[in-house]
Design a protein around this ligand. Structure first.
Ligand SMILES: *Cc1c(COP(=O)(O)O)cnc(C)c1O
Length: 348
C-alpha cells in the first residue's frame, strides 16, 4: 500500500529527541523556548507561544482575543472539526462561510455577506497548503485568525502565512508538514498582550490568582524535534513541490486535473484531483491498486448541523468530488510513477 501521508522522521530528529530524554528535563523548558525563538524568527519576529496541539492553539487564540458566549465566529465548512470544537470550547457560535471554487479556500465575498454585529472573528485556514485570500478577508473589518495548520512555510509574495492576521495558529500533528513527536501547536501574533495571555493559559502551576487555566504545554522532547524539523522545512517543501510538478506534468489537461488559482505559493500539503462522478468506485479502485487516496476533509461541518448543501454549494460540490493522492517528502519515485499510472489509466 502506498501510504496517503507520512511524517518525515530522520536520524537528526531522533538524535534531538534522544538528547532531551538523556538530559532528564523532558517537560516544557529551554528547548521549548528555543523552538519558539526559531519559529518567531521564521515568522517576521512576531511573538510565538508553543502549545500541545493546533486545537489548543485555536482555543488559546480565541480566549486571548476575548471571544466568548454570544459571539459569532465565521469559519469555513470545508475543514476539519478542530475549528468547530475550538469555537464551542469558548461558548461562541460558529457561522459557516462557503469556499471559492477556484482555490477551495474560504470565500472573502461570503465572509463579507455573513458578518453581523455579533461577529467577533473569522478563522481563515490556508487549505491543503495554498494561502487563502487573507488580505481581502481583512477588508471585512473583522479580526482574522489565520489557521496555518496545513500551510507552514507557504508565502504570499515574500511574506510567510501566519504574519497577516491578527493572530495565527499552527499544528505539528504527525501528518502535517512538520511534526513535534506527533502532536504540537504554535500561536503567533504581533500582539504581546495576547501572547503573554496564552503563556499564562497554557500553564496552571504556581499561580497566585484563580483564573481557569489549562495544561496545554509542549514538552522539551517535542520542541527539540520541532527545531530539527523547522531547519528542514525548506527541504520538505522543495520535495513536495517536485512531486507536485511531476503530477502536474502527467495530469495537465485531464478531466481530473485541478489548477488551483490562489493568492500565494502552494506548499502542497495535499495534491488534489477532481473526480466528477463515480466517487465510491474511484475509492474502491484506488484501494485495489494499493494507492492511498482520501477525501481531504472527512465531512463538511454544515452537515453535522443538518444545514442544506444548497446554503454552501461550493463546499458541498468540493466535498463530493475532491480527493487527495499521496504526496510527502519520503514518497519514493517509483510510488509516484504508480500513482500517475493509476490515475492515467482510471477508469480502465
Ligand atoms: C490539523 C488541523 C487543525 C488541528 O490541529 P491539531 O494539532 O490536530 O489539533 C486545525 N486546523 C486545520 C486546518 C488543520 O488541518
Amino acid at each position: 500500500m502506498i501510504a496517503h501521508n507520512k511524517p518525515t522522521i530522520e536520524p537528526d530528529d531522533i538524535r534531538a529527541v534522544a538528547k532531551v530524554l538523556s538530559s532528564g528535563n523532558v517537560a516544557q523548558g529551554e528547548r521549548v523556548a528555543d523552538f519558539e525563538r526559531r519559529f518567531s524568527l521564521a515568522h517576521g519576529g512576531l511573538h510565538a507561544a508553543a502549545v500541545n496541539s493546533g486545537t489548543s492553539a485555536l482555543h488559546c487564540a480565541l480566549l486571548a482575543m476575548g471571544v466568548g458566549p454570544g459571539d459569532n465566529v465565521i469559519i469555513p465548512s470545508y475543514v476539519c472539526t478542530a475549528l468547530l470544537n475550538a469555537v464551542r470550547y469558548v461558548g461562541a457560535t460558529p457561522r459557516f462561510a462557503d469556499i471559492d471554487p477556484d482555490d477551495l479556500n474560504i470565500s472573502p465575498d461570503d465572509v463579507r455577506r455573513k458578518v453581523t454585529k455579533k461577529t467577533r472573528a473569522v478563522i481563515v485556514p490556508h487549505m491543503f497548503g495554498l494561502p487563502a485570500r487573507v488580505r481581502e478577508i481583512q477588508r471585512a473589518g473583522v479580526p482574522v485568525i489565520e489557521d496555518c495548520a496545513q500551510a507552514v512555510g507557504a508565502k504570499i509574495g515574500e511574506q510567510p502565512v501566519g504574519t497577516f492576521g491578527d493572530i495565527a495558529i499552527f499544528s505539528f500533528y504527525a501528518t502535517k508538514v512538520m511534526t513535534t513527536c506527533g502532536e504540537g501547536g504554535m500561536v503567533v501574533t504581533r500582539n504581546r498582550r495576547w501572547s503573554e495571555a496564552i503563556r499564562q493559559l497554557r500553564d496552571y502551576d504556581e499561580k497566585n490568582d484563580l483564573r481557569t487555566r489549562y495544561n496545554y504545554k509542549m514538552t522539551d522532547a517535542a520542541a527539540a524535534m520541532g527545531s530539527a524539523q523547522l531547519a528542514k522545512l525548506g527541504g520538505f517543501i522543495r520535495k513536495r513541490r517536485a512531486i507536485a510538478k511531476r503530477y502536474d506534468a502527467a495530469f495537465a489537461g485531464k478531466e481530473f486535473f485541478i489548477d488551483r488559482a490562489g493568492s500565494g505559493s502552494n506548499i502542497y500539503f495535499r495534491y488534489l484531483v477532481r473526480i466528477r462522478r463515480g466517487q465510491a468506485e474511484f475509492l474502491r479502485r484506488a484501494a485495489a491498486h494499493a494507492v492511498g487516496v482520501k477525501r481531504p476533509v472527512f465531512r463538511p461541518l454544515h452537515a453535522y448541523f443538518g444545514i442544506s448543501d444548497r446554503q454552501l454549494p461550493h463546499t458541498a460540490s468540493a466535498w463530493r468530488s475532491i480527493f487527495s493522492i499521496p504526496i510527502y517528502p519520503s514518497l519514493p519515485e517509483k510510488d509516484v510513477d504508480t500513482v500517475i499510472s493509476f490515475l492515467l489509466n482510471y477508469p480502465a
